[in-house]
Design a protein around this ligand. Structure first.
Ligand code: SF4
Length: 213
Protein backbone atom coordinates (compact mmCIF):
# COMPACT_ATOMS: atom_id res chain seq x y z
CA UNK A 1 0.00 0.00 0.00
CA UNK A 2 1.51 3.37 -1.02
CA UNK A 3 0.86 6.64 0.76
CA UNK A 4 1.67 10.08 -0.65
CA UNK A 5 4.50 11.71 1.27
CA UNK A 6 2.26 14.72 1.96
CA UNK A 7 0.15 12.49 4.26
CA UNK A 8 2.82 12.60 6.98
CA UNK A 9 4.32 15.74 8.48
CA UNK A 10 8.09 15.21 8.65
CA UNK A 11 8.54 17.58 11.60
CA UNK A 12 6.13 15.76 13.96
CA UNK A 13 6.61 12.32 15.55
CA UNK A 14 4.57 9.62 13.80
CA UNK A 15 2.87 8.56 17.05
CA UNK A 16 1.53 12.11 17.53
CA UNK A 17 0.24 12.26 13.96
CA UNK A 18 -1.63 8.97 14.38
CA UNK A 19 -3.06 10.09 17.73
CA UNK A 20 -4.24 13.34 16.14
CA UNK A 21 -6.28 11.48 13.55
CA UNK A 22 -7.92 9.42 16.33
CA UNK A 23 -8.70 12.63 18.27
CA UNK A 24 -10.33 14.18 15.19
CA UNK A 25 -12.35 11.17 14.11
CA UNK A 26 -13.32 9.57 17.40
CA UNK A 27 -13.76 12.74 19.47
CA UNK A 28 -11.54 11.58 22.32
CA UNK A 29 -8.78 13.38 24.20
CA UNK A 30 -5.18 13.20 22.99
CA UNK A 31 -4.27 11.19 26.09
CA UNK A 32 -7.11 8.76 25.43
CA UNK A 33 -6.13 8.43 21.78
CA UNK A 34 -2.59 7.49 22.74
CA UNK A 35 -3.89 4.90 25.20
CA UNK A 36 -6.39 3.24 22.85
CA UNK A 37 -4.41 3.53 19.62
CA UNK A 38 -1.89 0.76 20.00
CA UNK A 39 -0.34 2.19 16.83
CA UNK A 40 2.94 3.02 18.50
CA UNK A 41 3.32 -0.63 19.38
CA UNK A 42 2.54 -1.64 15.81
CA UNK A 43 5.13 0.83 14.50
CA UNK A 44 7.65 -0.49 17.03
CA UNK A 45 6.97 -4.04 15.86
CA UNK A 46 7.32 -3.02 12.19
CA UNK A 47 10.65 -1.32 12.93
CA UNK A 48 11.95 -4.40 14.72
CA UNK A 49 10.79 -6.72 11.92
CA UNK A 50 12.55 -4.66 9.24
CA UNK A 51 15.84 -6.17 10.44
CA UNK A 52 14.50 -9.74 10.04
CA UNK A 53 15.56 -10.75 13.56
CA UNK A 54 15.48 -14.22 15.09
CA UNK A 55 14.75 -12.76 18.54
CA UNK A 56 12.84 -9.65 19.59
CA UNK A 57 12.96 -8.30 23.15
CA UNK A 58 9.49 -6.95 23.98
CA UNK A 59 9.78 -4.84 27.14
CA UNK A 60 6.31 -4.11 28.58
CA UNK A 61 4.82 -3.77 25.08
CA UNK A 62 1.15 -3.70 26.13
CA UNK A 63 1.15 -2.36 29.70
CA UNK A 64 -0.13 1.14 28.77
CA UNK A 65 -2.96 -0.12 26.54
CA UNK A 66 -6.63 -0.89 27.07
CA UNK A 67 -7.35 -4.61 27.51
CA UNK A 68 -9.02 -5.01 24.08
CA UNK A 69 -6.07 -3.34 22.34
CA UNK A 70 -3.67 -5.47 24.38
CA UNK A 71 -5.32 -8.57 22.95
CA UNK A 72 -4.97 -7.21 19.39
CA UNK A 73 -1.26 -6.53 19.85
CA UNK A 74 -0.61 -9.90 21.49
CA UNK A 75 -2.47 -11.71 18.70
CA UNK A 76 -0.48 -9.74 16.14
CA UNK A 77 2.77 -10.77 17.83
CA UNK A 78 1.67 -14.41 17.78
CA UNK A 79 0.74 -14.27 14.09
CA UNK A 80 4.09 -12.70 13.23
CA UNK A 81 5.87 -15.34 15.28
CA UNK A 82 4.09 -18.09 13.35
CA UNK A 83 4.82 -16.52 9.98
CA UNK A 84 8.45 -15.62 10.61
CA UNK A 85 9.49 -18.37 13.05
CA UNK A 86 11.07 -15.95 15.50
CA UNK A 87 11.30 -15.90 19.29
CA UNK A 88 10.29 -13.25 21.79
CA UNK A 89 11.75 -12.37 25.14
CA UNK A 90 8.55 -10.87 26.55
CA UNK A 91 8.95 -8.79 29.71
CA UNK A 92 5.77 -7.80 31.55
CA UNK A 93 4.10 -7.37 34.92
CA UNK A 94 0.64 -8.35 33.64
CA UNK A 95 0.34 -12.09 34.23
CA UNK A 96 -2.57 -12.54 31.81
CA UNK A 97 -0.56 -11.05 28.94
CA UNK A 98 2.37 -13.28 29.87
CA UNK A 99 0.09 -16.32 29.94
CA UNK A 100 -1.39 -15.44 26.55
CA UNK A 101 1.88 -15.17 24.69
CA UNK A 102 4.44 -17.39 26.44
CA UNK A 103 5.61 -20.97 26.05
CA UNK A 104 8.08 -20.77 28.92
CA UNK A 105 7.88 -18.32 31.83
CA UNK A 106 10.58 -17.04 34.17
CA UNK A 107 9.22 -15.47 37.37
CA UNK A 108 11.63 -12.79 38.59
CA UNK A 109 12.02 -11.35 42.09
CA UNK A 110 14.47 -8.49 42.75
CA UNK A 111 16.35 -9.16 39.54
CA UNK A 112 16.73 -12.93 40.00
CA UNK A 113 14.85 -15.88 38.50
CA UNK A 114 12.73 -17.48 41.24
CA UNK A 115 11.17 -20.10 38.98
CA UNK A 116 11.44 -21.06 35.31
CA UNK A 117 8.84 -23.42 33.86
CA UNK A 118 6.76 -24.44 30.88
CA UNK A 119 3.60 -22.32 30.93
CA UNK A 120 1.20 -25.17 31.75
CA UNK A 121 3.43 -26.46 34.54
CA UNK A 122 3.76 -23.00 36.06
CA UNK A 123 0.03 -22.27 36.14
CA UNK A 124 -1.07 -25.76 37.19
CA UNK A 125 1.60 -26.48 39.76
CA UNK A 126 3.73 -23.49 40.80
CA UNK A 127 6.68 -24.43 43.01
CA UNK A 128 8.23 -21.23 44.33
CA UNK A 129 6.39 -19.45 47.20
CA UNK A 130 6.56 -16.16 45.27
CA UNK A 131 5.00 -17.72 42.17
CA UNK A 132 2.25 -19.21 44.35
CA UNK A 133 1.49 -15.79 45.83
CA UNK A 134 1.46 -14.14 42.39
CA UNK A 135 -0.88 -16.71 40.89
CA UNK A 136 -3.18 -16.71 43.91
CA UNK A 137 -4.18 -13.16 42.92
CA UNK A 138 -5.08 -14.04 39.33
CA UNK A 139 -8.82 -14.41 38.57
CA UNK A 140 -9.55 -17.92 37.26
CA UNK A 141 -12.33 -18.99 34.90
CA UNK A 142 -12.57 -22.47 36.48
CA UNK A 143 -15.27 -22.19 39.25
CA UNK A 144 -13.68 -25.06 41.22
CA UNK A 145 -10.49 -23.03 41.61
CA UNK A 146 -12.10 -19.67 42.39
CA UNK A 147 -12.25 -20.34 46.13
CA UNK A 148 -8.54 -21.00 46.47
CA UNK A 149 -6.71 -19.17 49.21
CA UNK A 150 -5.34 -15.73 48.32
CA UNK A 151 -1.74 -15.38 49.56
CA UNK A 152 -1.06 -11.80 50.70
CA UNK A 153 2.63 -10.95 50.97
CA UNK A 154 3.72 -8.88 53.97
CA UNK A 155 5.83 -5.75 53.73
CA UNK A 156 7.12 -3.72 50.81
CA UNK A 157 9.38 -4.79 48.00
CA UNK A 158 12.98 -4.22 49.17
CA UNK A 159 15.26 -2.04 47.06
CA UNK A 160 16.91 -4.00 44.22
CA UNK A 161 20.01 -1.86 44.86
CA UNK A 162 20.26 -3.26 48.38
CA UNK A 163 18.60 -6.69 48.33
CA UNK A 164 18.22 -8.83 51.49
CA UNK A 165 20.92 -11.35 52.34
CA UNK A 166 20.37 -15.05 51.74
CA UNK A 167 17.24 -15.71 49.74
CA UNK A 168 16.12 -12.32 48.43
CA UNK A 169 12.50 -13.26 49.10
CA UNK A 170 12.99 -14.23 52.77
CA UNK A 171 11.71 -10.92 54.21
CA UNK A 172 8.29 -11.54 52.63
CA UNK A 173 8.12 -15.30 52.16
CA UNK A 174 5.23 -16.89 54.09
CA UNK A 175 7.21 -20.13 54.56
CA UNK A 176 10.68 -18.67 55.17
CA UNK A 177 13.06 -20.68 57.35
CA UNK A 178 15.92 -19.53 59.57
CA UNK A 179 18.54 -20.57 57.03
CA UNK A 180 16.83 -18.50 54.31
CA UNK A 181 18.32 -15.39 55.96
CA UNK A 182 21.85 -16.45 55.09
CA UNK A 183 21.76 -19.08 52.32
CA UNK A 184 21.24 -17.99 48.72
CA UNK A 185 19.31 -20.75 46.91
CA UNK A 186 20.46 -21.96 43.48
CA UNK A 187 18.14 -22.85 40.64
CA UNK A 188 17.53 -26.60 40.74
CA UNK A 189 15.32 -28.98 38.81
CA UNK A 190 12.15 -29.45 40.83
CA UNK A 191 10.07 -31.31 38.23
CA UNK A 192 10.38 -32.36 34.60
CA UNK A 193 9.41 -28.89 33.33
CA UNK A 194 10.38 -26.62 36.22
CA UNK A 195 13.50 -25.24 37.85
CA UNK A 196 13.19 -23.31 41.12
CA UNK A 197 15.44 -21.30 43.44
CA UNK A 198 14.15 -22.19 46.90
CA UNK A 199 15.78 -23.94 49.86
CA UNK A 200 12.59 -25.91 50.48
CA UNK A 201 13.56 -28.07 47.51
CA UNK A 202 17.28 -28.34 48.22
CA UNK A 203 17.02 -30.73 51.15
CA UNK A 204 13.39 -31.58 51.69
CA UNK A 205 12.73 -33.16 55.07
CA UNK A 206 15.80 -31.65 56.73
CA UNK A 207 15.36 -30.72 60.39
CA UNK A 208 16.84 -27.32 59.50
CA UNK A 209 13.66 -26.49 57.58
CA UNK A 210 12.20 -24.60 60.49
CA UNK A 211 9.86 -21.76 59.63
CA UNK A 212 10.54 -18.25 60.95
CA UNK A 213 7.20 -16.59 60.09
S1 SF4 B 1 14.44 -20.12 50.10
FE1 SF4 B 1 13.28 -19.75 51.96
S2 SF4 B 1 12.65 -17.60 51.87
FE2 SF4 B 1 13.32 -18.22 49.83
S3 SF4 B 1 11.46 -18.82 48.80
FE3 SF4 B 1 12.33 -20.67 49.67
S4 SF4 B 1 11.38 -20.88 51.67
FE4 SF4 B 1 10.99 -18.80 51.00
Amino acid sequence: MNFPSSLLNPVHPIGRQIAESIVLHKKVSYKEAKKTGGQRQRIGIARALALQPKLIVCDEPVSALDVSIQAQILNLLKEIQKDMGLSYLFIAHGIQAVKHISDKIAVMYLGRIAELAEKEALFENPHHPYTKALLSAVPLPNPKLRDRERIILKGDLPSPANPPTGCRFHTRCPVAMEKCKSLDPSLIQTSKNTITACLLFEDEGSTENKMIM
